[in-house]
Ligand binder design. Sequence first.
Ligand code: PEP
Length: 250
Amino acid sequence: MRRPIVAGNWKMHGSRAENAALVEGILASWPTHAGDCVVCPPFVYLQELARILRGSPIQLGAQDTCAEPLGAFTGEVSAAMLRDVGCEYVIVGHSERRALYAEDDALVARKFAAAQGKGLIPILCVGETLAERDAGRTHEIVGRQLDAVLDLCGAAAFASAVLAYEPVWAIGTGRVASPEQAQDVHAFVRGRIAARDATIAGSVRILYGGSVKAGNARELFAMPDVDGGLIGGASLKAEEFVAILAAATA
Ligand code: PEP
């Protein structure tokens, strides 16, 4: 039995006051059987949230990391720094990073390795564009993105990592994958890992992300290979996020 996990990607939203109100709202109506819960605010708020969340059931994640350990990389933040301020997780390979900042599979794999090397749990995002799906290339694209990390880090690395299937066409669009579409790709991803290590494949948690809301979370999370969600917009509303958390452990 895999422990469900729900992670909120706040993207470039929030302020000190809004963040405090949001986590207070989530904790105030914390559901009884929540699995793991992670929030990923912008870098500048991590340290303060680490203090606010200390002793709470909410864990802290970052939205990205530099692949390099230290040095002349202006504007970047290393995995060691993220650990230092209290992060336990870090998202790598989010489609917005891939599309807007030209992050390729090789760089994402190096970020994954850098994060694990410093004791962070990477949340590796994979997913196809609409054009790729329409061309019947979903498995090819997701397989390629996954293989880059499997080839660099090995299947054993997924003993302490989380995967997130996020179809690009579903992120922030209100157009959610059907439970069957999500299950198909999740099963494909698990099978791809199983080809290298069946035990690891059985235990790795695979999140679905893309327009998850309180109203559609339950049917998505009911699929056998969907172990929770990576939530964007709905993670900014305490009531919605708590309902999604509850759905993950219903
Ligand atoms: C995301 O940012 O990873 C995401 C899934 O966003 P949304 O839930 O808003 O589609």
